[in-house]
Design a binder for this molecule. Structure first.
Ligand code: DC
Length: 218
């Protein structure tokens, strides 16, 4: 159970849109690869590609998002390990992040949304009404990711290898200068290691309901 499963389910329960910000970085990494750009060094070209990225996110009946680039469905193509790595690399650049944040704000389009992403509560939507910070221990996360890869590609990647890749990307996420992974002020932390997605969503809904009842609610 990953954070996107929880975000999708929460959006469904609330009857509002789900916005996966990771998909914007993945789509940029995909477009960059198509354009033959280097995700580490071609910063200017990546930024300009990011500013005019023809990306659409279409909600599907099952609560998932279809990711369209130039109208072409790239939903599966952006989930490979190669694109995961390139997405982590493109997301290191401050100017690229600015372009992606602008794109994410446009995609949210002033409606009620559940937005999922590492800097959404701190940078993209600092004034969000409700913020949650989900975390799980590294062993559980690696096992979940391995299961996801197995289901998606049927590949037999080892747990140790998955964990190493996750830790490498986590380190990049936490230590980058712009929009690092942090628990934003006022966010409610939920440890998902030993909870299933519906339980996590119930906890979130409970927090939302009690916050709405409190007099401090805006
Ligand atoms: O959540 P994800 O694995 O789909 O994200 C893919 C990459 O995009 C991840 O390595 C870090 C980056 N990312 C980010 O920097 N900021 C976000 N809000 C979402 C994702």
């Amino acid at each position: 159970m990953g954070k996107s499963t929880v975000a999708k389910l929460l959006a469904q329960r609330l009857g509002i849109l789900y916005l996966d910000t990771g998909a914007t970085y993945r789509a940029l990494a995909f477009a960059a690869r198509q354009a033959g750009l280097n995700p580490v060094t071609d910063v200017e070209q990546l930024t300009s590609l990011g500013r005019r990225l023809p990306l659409e996110l279409q909600p599907l009946a099952n609560g998932s998002l279809q990711v369209l680039l130039h109208g072409q469905d790239i939903s599966d193509a952006i989930r490979t390990e190669g694109i995961s790595e390139a997405a982590a690399q493109v997301s290191q650049h401050a100017d690229v992040r600015k372009a992606m944040v602008a794109l994410q704000r446009r995609l949210a389009n002033r409606q009620g949304v559940v937005v999922e992403g590492r800097d959404t509560g701190s940078v993209v939507f600092p004034r969000a009404l409700y913020k949650f910070f989900l975390d799980a221990n590294p062993r559980v996360r690696a096992a979940r990711r391995q299961q996801e890869l197995q289901k998606r590609y049927g590949t037999g990647i080892s747990l140790a290898e998955v964990r190493e890749q996750l830790e490498f990307r986590d380190e990049l996420d936490r230590t980058r200068r712009v929009g690092p992974l942090v628990k934003p002020k006022g966010a409610i932390a939920i440890d998902t290691s030993h909870r299933r997605a519906p339980q996590v969503v119930s906890l979130m809904l409970r927090h939302i309901c009690s916050a709405r009842r409190s007099p401090a609610h805006r």
